[in-house]
Design a protein around this ligand. Structure first.
Ligand SMILES: [Cu+2]
Length: 124
């Protein structure tokens, strides 16, 4: 009986050690998970998307922030997606990238404003 209690105490201690070890390594796993669905910010200043070319992964979120005093849009040239009118210093509606491939876009109000998103499939 006494031996049995000792054995269960030893097992409990072992489990505690194992739990601690898992907690120590968990933050690394969490940051890996975050990096598989990144957020990207494109700022608009002086009628220019910055950066004008952005590589993302499918499932990533792209946020446009307008630093100009006039409204802009971000609209796929093939119309497959559209981030509608967003005013000064306002974050756009967040776009979650659904399609892979090179996706040129423009501003509906200022068609000379152009940018490109290149969406790749995220590695497993
Ligand atoms: Cu514009």
């Amino acid at each position: 009986m006494a031996y049995g209690n000792l054995a269960s105490l030893a097992i409990t201690t072992l489990l505690l050690v194992q739990t601690t070890w898992i907690e120590d390594t968990a933050p690394g796993h969490r940051s890996d998970a975050v990096s598989s669905s990144n957020k990207h910010v494109i700022e608009i200043t002086a009628f220019t998307f910055q950066p004008g070319y952005l590589e993302v992964a499918v499932g990533d979120t792209v946020i446009w922030i307008n630093r100009d005093i006039v409204p802009h849009t971000a609209t796929a040239i093939d119309e497959s997606w559209n981030v509608p009118d967003f005013g000064q210093n306002k974050k756009s509606t967040q776009l979650v990238v659904q399609n892979k491939g090179i996706q040129p876009y423009f501003c509906r109000y200022h068609p000379s404003m152009k940018g490109t998103i290149n969406a790749k499939v995220a590695p497993e």
